[in-house]
Design a protein around this ligand. Sequence first.
Ligand SMILES: NC(=O)c1ccc[n+]([C@@H]2O[C@H](COP(=O)([O-])OP(=O)(O)OC[C@H]3O[C@@H](n4cnc5c(N)ncnc54)[C@H](O)[C@@H]3O)[C@@H](O)[C@H]2O)c1
Length: 361
Amino acid sequence: MNPIMKTHPIAVIPGDGIGQEVIPPTLALLEACGARFGIGFEWKHFDWSADYYFRHGRMMPEDALDRLRPHDAILLGAVGHTDLPDNVTLNGLLLPIRRGFDQYANVRPAVLFDGVDSPLAGRRGGDIDMVVVRENTEGEYAQIGGFVYHQQPEEVAVQTSVFTRRGCERVIRHAFELARRRNGRKRVASISKANAQGYSMVLWDRTFAAVAAEFPDIATESLLVDAAAMNFVRRPHTFDVVVASNLFGDILSDLSAMVCGSIGLAASANLDPSRRHPSMFEPVHGTAPDIFGKGIANPLAAFFSASMMLDHLGYNEAALALERSISAVLSARQARTADLGGSSTTSQVSAAVVSELSSKP
Ligand SMILES: NC(=O)c1ccc[n+]([C@@H]2O[C@H](COP(=O)([O-])OP(=O)(O)OC[C@H]3O[C@@H](n4cnc5c(N)ncnc54)[C@H](O)[C@@H]3O)[C@@H](O)[C@H]2O)c1
């Protein structure tokens, strides 16, 4: 136990489904970690979710961003409900927070841990260690468009992507800076589709080349998104940092998560690198209605997201200790949930990680 040096106000939004099952053990783990490293947390819980929508007709109150603003970070579970269209939950909660707080870098590490089986033959722990940096505020998810002849047989939908030089440049720069400090491999791959999208992706490619020129110590490659999908399977070990637009990054990061064993391990950070606004940390997975209520959700994606939060708050040592405890539990192949081929419950896996963290000097 160390005396608490600083206390951080953290906004907690468990959301729906297994979000409500993985967030409580995440807070308990952070408490244990905080006690060891002298970090205090002041949790402020928000019940914004699909249930909130059923009661109030909206996912979160009108002044939600003002209520979140004073916090040092936001910890989110997942949102979504079988009785609610997914665009309502996405546009009613996730996107307004990501955009309103200019969390333009969505950082999604994908690591194949020792003790975890990849669906790819012949890959062992340590073979895959990449991070997808996804543009998070514009691009294909800009929500600009509309319907003509709405819900009639002649219906027409128009959906416009928005790519700005500023938007491309800042996320690409973030990827290069991450590659510089990450693990010495110093590689950035850019995901494009300039052969078919002759405006947006041409701007993306030109911006990538301009930023790359500022980082002569970083090796680069540019891949069409279809080739990238193939190479995430064929040669995942060659990737270090991968930077992509909103849509391409969304799809590729699920693929990178799966080649590393399970979506139940995939963590993410929605960062405002300028630190003007709170950043948000959340597991990549959704509400998993098929397993909700059974107590068998893998909490490790949320735990990894918590370690990213610690790192963002400046506690690199604590973040590393947390990651090592999780990877020790994975490596021991004892406490593991069904998605990883085990039969442990969420509570058993959580207890194993806390015990591992507490047992190390
Ligand atoms: N960030 C978010 O809040 C977010 C992200 C993705 C999906 N969603 C929402 O979640 C709902 C369900 O979406 P989906 O089924 O496409 O994706 P999902 O991630 O919820 O589930 C996909 C599959 O992975 C399994 N799975 C996911 N997380 C797991 C975990 N921690 N442990 C064990 N197994 C796990 C599920 O059981 C399911 O079989 C939808 O309403 C969707 O909109 C929300």
